[in-house]
Write a protein that binds this ligand. Structure first.
Ligand code: ADP
Ligand code: MG
Length: 310
């Protein structure tokens, strides 16, 4: 069985009017993107996503990341350098739960196509080609690893897009990069129910911030009654077990890049991962457990008017 749910997080409504806004949808960065903003801001965001696709795509043979991973390009441009330095920080803060060098493992697991899990031997061999400690940032050397920005590029791009809109005077907009949401102004946002993804589990209010959700119910296949999903534990090379108890993690932060990395890292780390938010300003998280209970950082409920739905 193979399921693909596109968004774990859904912007619901603007709070306050934003009459001149229109909605533009397009496919980029391997996901569905929806921009609600004034017409020229929609266009600007579209161009920006296309630009970053040419930098961060792992599959486009002309992208900068592809050329770096294949060894054809030896130096990284500004954006890859910036993202790598965030990834280094994340690797250190999360004790390796976030590791952007696990390209060999995500290729092996290839959740979009696979129907049967890889063997222990295949996993062990791919694990040998991963590890942030194998790489050097300047001069850039990958040490036999492959970079995979799947858990952070959308956040990085959402920050760039939001920045560009603020700078051009836009005060109300919603950028939804496949569930990496950035709200300019104020909007209610809903998190899907991990057990019934066609329903919402909870809602909260975002004001000039980003929210990002990672979960095991978005990209996965089932084999022998076990669910295999796309968030990997860099230590074991297996799908992250999240301490056995986490269904989804939503992180709210003024930095969408930080929220993107953290949602993945907390999913890998499990409940105690909530503490990782402390390393980032004004950053909070919410975990929906397998038992349908909710765990949050202090103050989440009050700060974001959290509403748990039945
Ligand atoms: P999505 O972007 O699909 O909403 P995530 O942000 O959690 O979800 O990113 C998952 C993607 O990141 C995977 O498809 C894979 O490419 C990569 N990835 C998986 N596990 C990790 C990890 N532990 N650290 C860094 N990147 C990861
Ligand atoms: Mg992520």
């Amino acid at each position: 069985m193979k399921r693909l749910f596109s968004f774990l997080l859904i912007p619901l409504i603007f709070c306050g009017c934003a009459k001149k806004n229109e909605t533009r949808r397009f496919f980029a960065l391997d996901t569905q993107i929806t921009v609600t903003a004034p017409k020229d801001a929609c266009e600007k965001t579209y161009e920006l996503c296309r630009k970053y696709e040419k930098i961060f795509s792992r599959t486009d043979p002309e992208s900068e990341l592809y050329l770096i991973n294949s060894g054809a390009k030896k130096t990284a441009g500004e954006d890859i350098r910036a993202l790598l330095s965030l990834c280094e920080k994340m690797y250190n803060i999360t004790g390796g739960a976030f590791d952007c060098t696990l390209g060999a493992l995500s290729d092996l697991w290839n959740i979009k196509e696979r129907t049967v899990p890889p063997t222990k031997e295949e996993i062990a061999s791919a694990l040998n080609k991963t590890g942030f400690d194998k790489i050097s940032l300047s001069p850039l050397s990958l040490g036999g690893t492959q970079l995979d920005f799947g858990a952070c590029a959308k956040g990085y791009i959402a920050d760039k897009a939001a920045d560009a809109l603020y700078k051009s005077g836009v005060k109300k907009a919603i950028l939804d990069l496949g569930g990496n949401v950035y709200v300019l102004g104020t909007a209610r946002v809903g998190v899907r129910d991990p057990q019934s993804p066609d329903k919402l589990f909870c809602r909260f209010t975002l004001k000039d911030k980003s929210a990002v959700t990672s979960g095991s119910y978005q990209r996965f296949f089932e084999y022998g009654g076990v669910r295999y999903h796309h968030i990997l534990d860099p230590k074991t090379g297996e799908c992250a077990q999240s301490g056995g108890s986490v269904s989804s993690v939503t992180v709210i932060s003024p930095s969408s890049a930080a929220a993107d990395c953290l949602s993945t890292a907390i999913f890998v780390t499990g409940e105690k991962g909530l503490e990782l938010c402390r390393a980032f300003p004004d950053t909070d998280a919410l975990i929906i457990t397998n038992k349908r209970t909710v765990l949050t950082t202090d103050g989440f409920k009050k700060k974001y008017s959290l509403e748990i739905l039945d």
